[in-house]
Ligand binder design. Structure first.
Ligand code: C5P
Length: 288
């Protein structure tokens, strides 16, 4: 039997850091949005015990350090179900180390598949708890859609869907280390915070301009100089007609929000000449 599911990339409409916790993590407040840029996961039962990942990104690990495999390990440990031998196929399109939650979303898709195949009665909340053992963004990625994520990222509140729009998503070549970026943050020294409450009100009112005006990610305030391209891309997106733009997650991917397809497509073409990992996307709804 072969099971398949799609892993959706995510964007942060906002990312706020509220404080450092005693467990070394940070308390966050983020508005997350799934987009239709996806990886494709297949899970097949095999004769030999253990798990193995096959992927079109040859430099991704195949063993337990692959997040998709880690998710399978945690699923059977936590449910106590007898683990079958599994081959996990991972057709990747979401860029890695991009701030788009690609690895978390792959884990989430594996968890959704394993629940469907082995434990359909397992409550979604329990699956999200198992996800949080794999990574902070995994609980959100299991659910997808438009969501407020708080705490370490595991406290989730569903929000009204982002009004219809187009997103041009551009990943420059530089790679950002998430722990390094967190280590640069001094919460009291952050100059700006996103207007999360205002953004939630704009979503409630279906006010796309109101959402676009409030896109903000506090990591932009601490990005080292070597990531100057992030700000260049942001300016270009706004010049090209985006009604708002922001970096997503710990970057370096930047996205612009557009009312219409024409301008978004034009921005994709213009930025795509310099940055091959540039995508035209639409918001995606809940995955479960
Ligand atoms: O949970 P995950 O492994 O995805 O987190 C990667 C890194 O991001 C952590 O090791 C930590 O440095 C940082 N992090 C954090 N606070 C969070 C989430 C992640 O400090 N809420």
């Amino acid at each position: 039997m072969v099971y398949t599911d799609l892993a959706y990339a995510k964007l942060n409409l906002t990312l706020d850091i509220l404080g450092k916790r005693t467990d070394g993590y940070h308390d966050l407040r983020m508005v997350m949005q799934s987009i239709d840029l996806t990886d494709e996961l297949t899970v097949a039962v095999r004769e030999e015990p253990g798990y193995e990942a096959e992927t079109n990104f040859p430099y991704l690990p195949k063993g337990e350090s692959n997040l998709a495999v880690k998710a399978a390990v945690r699923f059977f440990e936590e449910t106590g179900l007898p683990p079958p031998g599994l081959s996990i196929g991972l057709q990747k399109r979401i860029p890695v180390c991009a701030g788009m939650g690609g690895g978390s979303s792959d884990s989430a898709a594996v968890l959704r598949i394993l629940r469907r195949a082995y434990a359909p009665e397992l409550p979604l909340e329990r699956l999200e708890e198992i996800g949080s053992l794999v990574g902070s963004d995994v609980p959100y990625c299991i659910r997808g859609g438009t969501v407020l994520a708080e705490g370490r990222g595991e406290r989730l509140t569903d929000l009204p869907a982002l009004p219809p729009c187009w997103l041009t998503v551009c990943k420059p070549g530089c790679a950002v280390s998430t722990p390094e970026l967190f280590s640069l943050v001094r919460v009291k020294r952050l100059r700006f915070h996103p207007q999360t409450a205002g953004l939630l009100a704009a979503l409630e009112a279906g006010d796309l301009e109101g959402v676009a005006r409030r896109l903000y990610n506090v990591f932009e305030d601490v990005l080292p100089r070597r990531y100057a391209q992030v700000f260049e891309i942001k300016s270009r997106l706004l010049e090209l007609g985006a009604i708002g733009a922001s970096m997503t997650g710990s970057g370096p991917t930047v996205f612009g929000l557009f009312r219409d397809r024409e301008n978004a497509e034009r921005a994709r073409e213009a930025l795509g000449r310099q940055f091959p990992a540039t995508f035209l996307c639409r918001p995606a709804g809940r995955a479960v």
